[in-house]
Structures are given as C-alpha cells and as structure tokens.
Design a protein around this ligand. Structure first.
Ligand code: NAP
Length: 342
C-alpha cells in the first residue's frame, strides 16, 4: 500500500481506549509492518504531523480531539527464536494481545509470564510502563525490543539497561517519550523456573484450590480468577486499570503515618523506603464506590476509576484531582496517576 493510502482522516477513538472516552484523531494510520511505518516517515507530510503511538489503549486518558496523527501499532506475530539450557527465547509483534501471548507461551510449556496473565493491552505497550502484577515485573523476563525511531525511520534495538525500567516506568515514559514505535519485544523464559506465590490473593486462591505445588498454568488460572473477581472487565465497564501508582515514602514519613494508622498496609523496600497501598489510602478517604458525575471509584477495588456511562476525559481528571486532594489532606501523601494523559 502506498504510504499516503495508509492515512485516514478524522477517525473516532472511543473504541480504541478501554475507558471508552470520546475523542477523534485528525489523522490515523494502522501500522501492520515496520516497513509501512518507514515508508510513511519518508513522505514529505510526515514532519508536519504531531504523532501519538497507540497500543491497546488500556492505560490512556483522552481529554479531547487529537489534532495530529495517531499511529495504531498492529504488528502481529509470535515465535520461538532460540532455546538453550537456561531459557526459551520468544519474540512477539507489538500488536499482539498481551494476555493471548501469555496463554500461548503457557500452552507450549514455557513458564515465566503467568503472574502477568489477564493484564489488558498489547505486547508493545508492556515495556512502556513495565507492567507488573503479583510480585513480577515484565522487566524480569525482558530481553530486548526493536523500535522504529519516528524521527529517522531507523530500527533501534534496546536491551534491558537501555530501557531503564523502573516501577511502572521506563525510558519510553521519560526521555524517549513519543520518539519510538515499539515493533516487537523479545522475552527470555526461564527453564529453572520457580513459582512466585508471595502475594496473599494468589496464595489464598491456590489454597482454596488445594494446590500445594503449582505449575505455571495453575498460577495463571489463580491470577485470572482473582483479577476477574476484583477488577472490572474493560469490555463491559470502561476503565484504565490501576489509576494511581502505589506511593513510596521515606522511613520517617512512614513512622509518622504508622503511629496514627497502625493497620495501614506497608511493604518495606530494599532501600529502607516503604511502599503504601494507594487503594487503601483512597478507600480510607471514603471514595470506594462513590461517583463524581459520570465517573466512579470501582466498588470492589478503589484503585480503579470506572466510566459509569458517557464520561469524558475531563470528568476522569476531575475525579482523579479530587481523590489526590483527599489523600493529600488526610495522609500528606502525593498520589501519582499511572495512565498516559493525551
Ligand atoms: P492488592 O492485593 O489489593 O494489594 C495492594 C497493593 O499492595 C498492591 O498494589 C501491591 O503493590 C501491594 N502488595 C500486595 N501484596 C504485596 C506483597 N506481598 N509484596 C509487596 N507488595 C505487595 O493489589 P491489587 O490492586 O488487587 O493488585 C494485585 C496486583 O496486580 C498488584 O501487583 C498490582 O500492581 C497489579 N495490578 C496492576 C494494575 C495496573 O493497571 N497497573 C491493575 C490491577 C492490578 P504492587 O502494585 O507494587 O504489586
């Protein structure tokens, strides 16, 4: 297809973000191969267009129409590219559904991603915020990614250190934000695998199922059951997963808080800091199950904001601001939103 034929005008985005927020893109291109993108970058129009890369739209708040070009990463494919004594190395296109990819690895007997089952979004989006759940971060299984530089059209390979992964964070949310389209991601899945069952919800679920010595598939099934109970299915109730990161406070701040709220959940960090549970702070401020206009705080999990019907981006931001103010007033703790705001 000629590069210009890829470009569509005035495209609605409400079905392409899991919160179901209304917005339109002035220009839109579905990218199915890196070559298509490279050809588009070579066109004279390219440098006049502001760009935004969209994956599964599951960590995104759209606040209005976008007057530039939305690039929808739909690159498909998944394959075993190497196997040695230590690991299976698998590579997947950025447009693959993350959960389907996790299931595909497990069906083949390659463990390692089971704790990350049922996370919404695509493979290409996973490294952007270094998705994590139940004691495992994607970074621990990551080998490298290939990305197209939107300024030059060159394909660049990033290894783990170049991605500068942090807690729900990477270089692609900071210094490299907006510069690349991730085309494919490669993971190393360990042959000397150990189950990660340290999170209470998963341990309880395995106990209920009377599984003492779980396989990777057992853990995935437990994670799927827990997530399905606690988190709204974006296909039915618009949401963007956890809306705030868990705040990490220094030891002195924690001591002050713990004296006042002895029951406050806390998770000690290796550097002496303490991670707090954002959902607990929000719940204690009385927000669980409450609505502000057409946006609400999910009744089963206070960390998730939900679209009660007809919400716009500004409604979501208004509720998020109100929650941040409550938490700041009650605990003196700053909550940082997790989704990308456009
Ligand atoms: P939860 O079990 O209600 O626990 C609340 C928070 O406490 C979690 O966010 C988790 O932090 C922390 N935590 C719990 N047990 C821990 C342990 N043994 N060691 C260290 N930290 C612990 O959490 P939840 O909301 O149902 O979520 C369960 C998992 O799925 C969490 O890992 C969460 O991050 C993940 N999740 C992520 C998203 C997203 O959109 N990013 C959405 C839903 C769930 P961590 O967040 O650091 O793990």
């Amino acid at each position: 297809m000629a590069p210009a034929a890829l470009l569509q005008r005035d495209v609605p985005l409400h079905r392409l973000n899991t919160f179901g927020l209304p917005a339109r893109a002035a220009w839109f291109a579905a990218i199915e191969t890196p070559a298509q993108l490279v050809a588009l970058i070579a066109t004279p129009e390219w440098r006049y267009l502001q760009r935004f890369v969209l994956g599964g739209g599951s960590n995104l708040i759209l606040t209005g129409d976008f007057d530039g070009l939305v690039l929808h990463a739909r690159i498909a494919g998944r394959e075993l590219i190497a196997e040695d004594d230590d690991a299976w190395t698998v590579r997947a296109g950025a447009g693959e559904c993350w959960h389907d990819f996790v299931c595909w690895t497990l069906e083949r007997g390659w463990p390692g991603l089971e704790n990350l089952a049922l996370i919404p979004g695509t493979v290409g989006a996973a490294p952007i915020q270094n998705i994590g759940a139940y004691g495992l971060e994607m970074a621990e299984r990551f080998q490298q990614l290939e990305a197209v530089d939107l300024a030059t059209g060159e394909t660049v390979t990033f290894d783990r250190s170049a991605c500068r992964f942090g807690y729900r964070d990477s270089a692609f949310k900071r210094e490299a934000a907006g510069r690349y389209l991730v085309a494919a991601v490669t993971f190393r899945l360990p042959k000397r695998w150990r189950p990660l069952t340290g999170y209470a919800d998963v341990a309880r679920e395995l106990e209920t199922r009377k599984i003492a010595d779980p396989t990777a598939r057992d853990i995935a099934d437990a994670v799927i059951a827990v997530r399905s109970r606690k988190l709204p299915d974006p296909a039915r109730i618009g949401n963007a997963g956890s809306f705030f990161k868990n705040p990490v406070v220094d030891a002195a701040t924690f001591a002050r808080l713990a004296a006042r709220y002895p029951e406050m959940p806390r998770y000690a960090q290796p550097d002496g800091a303490v991670k707090l549970a954002a959902g607990w702070l929000i719940e204690r401020c009385g927000w669980k199950g409450k609505n502000l206009g057409p946006v609400g705080v999910y009744e089963k999990q206070a960390l998730v904001l939900v679209n009660r019907g007809g919400a716009r981006g500004e409604d979501v931001l208004r509720l998020a601001r109100a929650i941040r103010e409550s938490v700041r007033a009650m605990f003196g703790v700053e909550l940082e939103p997790e989704p990308v705001v456009l």
